[in-house]
Structure formats: structure tokens, C-alpha cells
Write a protein that binds this ligand. Structure first.
Ligand code: ZN
Ligand code: ZN
Length: 348
């Protein structure tokens, strides 16, 4: 089968031919119908050494983890999907029996397979994952929508936990995840939504997704002052940037007892200024977030898309066939678009 490949521990990918995956007992093989580029795929493309060394076990490696497709083969022990089913993969593939899985948090599994990270992914004609991470698409959902469930799902819990109904909230980082957070908060009845980013195009899109005020945090890095002045302090702040300055400003922008959702991935250690004030005395409700709860999050993400409450037409800005992967990654890296999607011939 044709696949986008990392063949050497260096920047870039190649396009080549590898063997189609053969399912083990509990594995599901799909013909990929739609796949999307995520920020973490860019780490593989540019070759962030620490990131790549932590994940890539052997070469050649197939990147990509946001996808949907049609089941073409299943292992003998697979029970809940069959050939012909339309499915999407969660990128977290839980073992089903470790302490975290037994605690009802399989998305934090201690033996987790991370699809497209520590195992081969979906930028290929076929992809394989264990049944525990496979989700059947609801009737009426397109493959392209199906491929968006994984990234959209990332912000479902942070937005629900933020209790956004008539709340004033802030979102830092307006990549696809931040845009989804804004769109969900808008759909769920947020009052004011402040969106921060350093990229003008992303801020323009944030407005379209429902932000009421956008702030260029490159020109105005100390945005908490304006927000506090205008709102008296936010009810919730969702960081989708991982940026130290934005996180500090976000904490400052909350009112006492506000909620802070960590969604972005800081690339290095963080220094929290005035930690006693903004963390302890503020009574902040700080919450981390790793992927999607399985499968509570998926149900909700599916409903948002099927109900038309989240409009993907503005989020998916570029489409490429797989063999034009290099162009696709350059567009994604350039930050001129939002979601870049690979299409596979016949599409739907
Ligand atoms: Zn992703
Ligand atoms: Zn487990």
C-alpha cells in the first residue's frame, strides 16, 4: 500500500510502498477515507528530536492519527465491529485491563498505544488499530466529519467543565483545537469569548467561529489587564497554546474561583508568576486534559457535528491527495489555514 513514511531520523517524509497491516487477534484494519494533519504531526515532519525519539520505535514509521474509514479486515477476537463498518479511531488505544483502565479512565491507560505516535498511523491507504480504540460512526456522518471527531473531542471536556453557559471565557491559541473550543463554547451559549493568538488569520477565523473579542497577543502580550477591565474577571480560561506567557495571563484574567483548563502542551518547564496569588489564593480550579474520555466525549462530539452546531466548512481550509503530502505539510506549518485534510480518491 502507499503511505507517507519517515524512513530516516531526520526532517521530512517520503512517499512509498509498504506492506498492508495484518490484523492480530483484536485488531481492526480500515481503508482510510479521510485523514487530517494535527499539530503533533508537524513535530514528526520537522523532526523535533526529543518528541520523535520518545515515540518512533522503528523505521519506516507512518504518521497520522486523525482519520475515518471503512473496515476491511478484523482479527479473530474482534466482536464489536465488522467488515464494511464505517469507523473512526481514537488515537489513544487502551489495553483495557491496567489500573487506569479499571478506574474508568482508559484514555489514560498505563500501557497505551498512541496511534500514529508509538505505532503506525493513518497517512496511508490502510491503517490498523486495536478494537478498544475503534468507534463506529453514527448514521449520516461523513468520513471527513468522522476524521474531525478526534481533534474536536480534545476540547469537549474542557468546554463542558468550564460551564460556559452565559459565562465569560478566554481561549489562548487559535489553531484547530482553539477554534473548536470557541465554536463549542459558542454553541453552548457562552456570553463573551475572548480569543488570543499571534496570527491575524487565525484571529479572523476565531471571530467567525464565535469569539466576541480577539486580541493579538503578539502586539499585546499582557492581555489580562484589558479582559479584567472589561469583564471583572473571566469565569473560565482554556489554554490551547501551551505558551508560558499566555498561561500566566490566562490565570491573571480569571476572577477568584475561576476555572483554568490546560489543553495545550507546554514545550518546556513553566514559570507561574505570583503563584501564591494566581494559584493558591485565587482558588483557581485547574484541570489537565489528555485526549478524550472514551467514549462519553465521542457521543457529544458526534452530536455537535450531526446537529450542524459546529460548522466544519470554515475549519477545514485545505484538502490534498496523500501523494501531495509535502505541500500539505508546508501549508499546515505555514499557519495560513486551519485543518488540512487528506482525501482518498473516491471520498465518500
Ligand atoms: Zn491530534
Ligand atoms: Zn490500560
Amino acid at each position: 500500500m502507499k503511505a507517507v513514511l519517515k524512513t530516516k531520523r531526520e526532517p521530512g517524509f517520503t512517499f512509498g510502498e509498504v506492506e498492508r497491516p495484518k490484523p492480530g487477534l483484536r485488531d481492526v484494519v480500515i481503508k482510510v477515507k479521510a485523514a487530517a494533519i494535527c499539530g503533533s504531526d508537524l513535530n514528526f515532519y520537522v523532526y523535533e528530536k526529543g518528541f520523535c525519539d520518545a515515540f518512533i520505535k522503528e523505521l519506516p514509521f507512518i504518521p497520522g492519527h486523525e482519520c475515518a474509514g471503512e473496515v476491511v479486515e478484523v482479527g479473530r477476537a474482534v466482536t464489536h465491529v465488522q467488515v464494511g463498518d464505517r469507523v473512526a479511531f481514537d488515537s489513544h488505544i487502551p489495553c483495557g485491563h491496567c489500573a487506569q483502565c479499571q478506574r474508568g479512565m482508559p484514555h489514560t491507560c498505563m500501557n497505551m498505544g498512541l496511534f500514529g505516535h508509538n505505532m503506525n498511523g493513518c497517512f496511508a491507504e490502510y491503517a490498523m488499530a486495536m478494537e478498544t480504540g475503534v468507534r463506529k460512526l453514527p448514521p449520516g456522518m461523513t468520513f471527513e466529519q468522522g476524521a474531525m471527531l478526534e481533534p474536536l473531542g480534545v476540547v469537549v471536556r474542557p468546554v463542558f467543565y468550564s460551564e460556559v453557559g452565559m459565562a465569560n471565557i478566554g481561549v489562548a491559541g487559535c489553531g484547530a483545537i482553539g477554534q473548536f473550543a470557541i465554536a463549542l463554547a459558542r454553541a453552548m451559549g457562552a456570553n463573551k469569548i475572548y480569543a488570543m493568538d499571534i496570527n491575524e488569520k487565525r484571529l479572523a477565523l476565531a471571530k467567525e467561529m464565535g469569539a466576541t473579542t480577539v486580541i493579538d497577543s503578539g502586539a499585546q502580550p499582557e492581555f489580562a489587564e484589558q479582559i479584567k477591565r472589561e469583564t471583572g474577571g473571566l469565569d473560565a480560561f482554556i489554554d490551547a497554546s501551551g505558551n508560558e506567557s499566555a498561561i500566566n495571563e490566562g490565570l491573571k484574567a480569571l476572577h477568584l474561583g475561576g476555572k483554568f483548563m490546560m489543553v495545550g502542551n507546554p514545550k518546556a518547564d513553566l514559570t507561574i508568576k505570583n503563584a501564591r496569588t494566581v494559584l493558591t489564593l485565587s482558588e483557581v480550579n485547574l484541570r489537565g486534559n489528555w485526549g478524550r474520555s472514551m467514549f462519553w466525549t465521542w457521543e457529544r462530539a458526534e452530536r455537535f457535528l450531526l446537529s450542524g452546531k459546529i460548522d466544519l466548512t470554515k475549519i477545514i481550509t485545505h484538502r490534498f491527495p496523500l501523494e501531495r503530502f509535502d505541500e500539505a505539510f508546508k501549508v499546515a506549518l505555514g499557519g495560513e489555514g486551519c485543518k488540512v485534510v487528506f482525501t482518498f480518491g473516491e471520498g465518500e
